[in-house]
Design a protein around this ligand. Structure first.
Ligand code: NAD
Length: 349
């Protein structure tokens, strides 16, 4: 029987790649999204899935009826938005996420896949962090993910199996493109302006993962035997997906003809560094292979940007930086003080 999957945040950067992939793989997919970034499209969507147009904070029991699984991507998705108003990040990423999981459990939804983040390890003293390393969330965003994981894990029982996939920084082409993540930013800048700007000395390490590999990994976990994934956290990726920022920049320079590297290392630059151990994922899912390298990813991005003629204006356009776009919606009165649409504010497709 076809598995029915609710994907929250399906109109975001990851969701607008993952939801079509699930639909094409034969799942019966329904999305739930308030549409914050509905107008922030860089390349057209290939497939649209049916949508429940709703704020996560307003989800009701009946929204969960009839689903076999929930993939929960919906969130305020970075640190800068957390700084804009910490209460919104706590409400949406923590309180509403836990409520969604409670409603899912009550509705008999068996699997709940939560899109988490390696950022929760903070600036670990350990050179390499795995799933049992101490969590050290330094920001509201990171704290919201830790709190949500803990509270949702506490709901696990023989009827409800949550799984936490902790992603590194995601890159790659998506209809709802983001230029505020590292490899997308470096490649976009190179393609649009010919410059690749490093704000640190480039030494910090980051785990990075392609958006299609993220989606494939979620799909794999959706199909995995329950006993392998029940109430488990996984760093989502492979050990060769840790890179120094400088290496990312060098790959971009090698990919984009004429691009040049500029180092603006300043004293207050972000020097946070960590490497992530992904062996639990490899051990648990020995048949799964991550397919994308940073070279292939940078090449894919460059070709897409060339095909659409990405300009310097497009690259800095507020639609492709999450914080700037939300600020714009607030400044123009389309979102109100609780980060909800004003009547008439939403321009829903
Ligand atoms: N992009 C990354 O590098 C990255 C890394 C680690 C983890 N993650 C996590 O993966 C998930 C997806 O990230 P993304 O990059 O696609 O983020 P995104 O900001 O592009 O998309 C998030 C989606 O959630 C929706 N949303 C936000 N608040 C909502 C609310 N209150 N009600 C209904 N819908 C709401 C937005 O409209 C948007 O479509 C997030 O949970 C994020 O924290 C992302």
């Amino acid at each position: 029987m076809t598995m029915r999957v609710l994907v929250t945040g399906h109109e975001g950067y990851v969701g607008s790649v993952m939801a079509p992939m699930l639909a094409e793989a034969g799942y019966d997919v329904v999305g739930l999204d308030t549409g914050f970034y509905a107008e922030c499209t860089l390349v057209p969507d290939r497939v649209r899935v049916p949508v429940i147009r709703k704020d996560l904070r307003d989800v009701e029991a009946r929204d969960l009826d009839g689903f076999d699984a929930v993939i929960h991507l919906g969130a305020l998705s970075n640190d800068p938005i957390g700084n804009l108003n910490p209460a919104w990040t706590e409400e949406i990423n923590f309180t509403a996420s836990v409520r969604l999981a409670e409603l899912a459990k009550a509705a008999g939804v068996r699997r709940f896949l939560f899109s988490s983040s390696c950022i929760m390890y903070g600036m670990s003293e350990a050179a390499v962090v795995n799933e049992v390393s101490p969590l050290d969330p330094k920001t509201e965003y990171a704290r919201s993910k830790v709190q949500a994981e803990r509270a949702i894990a506490a709901l696990a029982d023989e009827t409800f199996s949550p799984t936490f996939l902790r992603n590194g920084t995601i890159y790659g082409l998506s209809p709802r493109m983001r230029f505020d993540t590292v490899l997308n930013n470096l490649t976009g800048s190179a393609a649009a302006t010919g410059r690749v700007v490093l704000h640190s000395n480039g030494e910090p390490w980051r785990p990075v993962i392609h958006v299609r590999d993220v989606s494939r990994a979620f799909l794999h976990v959706l199909q995995a035997p329950i006993e392998a994934i029940h109430s488990q956290a996984f760093n989502n990726g492979a050990n060769d997906m840790n890179h120094q920022i400088r290496e990312l920049a060098e790959v971009v320079v090698a990919t984009v003809p004429g691009a040049r590297l500029e180092c603006l290392a300043s004293a207050d630059a972000d020097q946070r560094t960590y490497r992530t151990d992904f062996s639990k994922f490899a051990r648990t899912f020995p048949d799964f292979r991550f397919r994308w390298t940073i070279r292939d990813g940078a090449q894919e991005l460059f070709e897409a940007f060339r095909a659409i003629g990405l300009t310097a204006e497009d690259f800095v356009d507020r639609r492709f930086t999450r914080l700037t776009w939300l600020r714009h919606l607030l400044d123009t009165g389309r979102l109100n003080h609780s980060l909800r649409w004003q009547a008439q504010g939403a321009l829903h497709s």
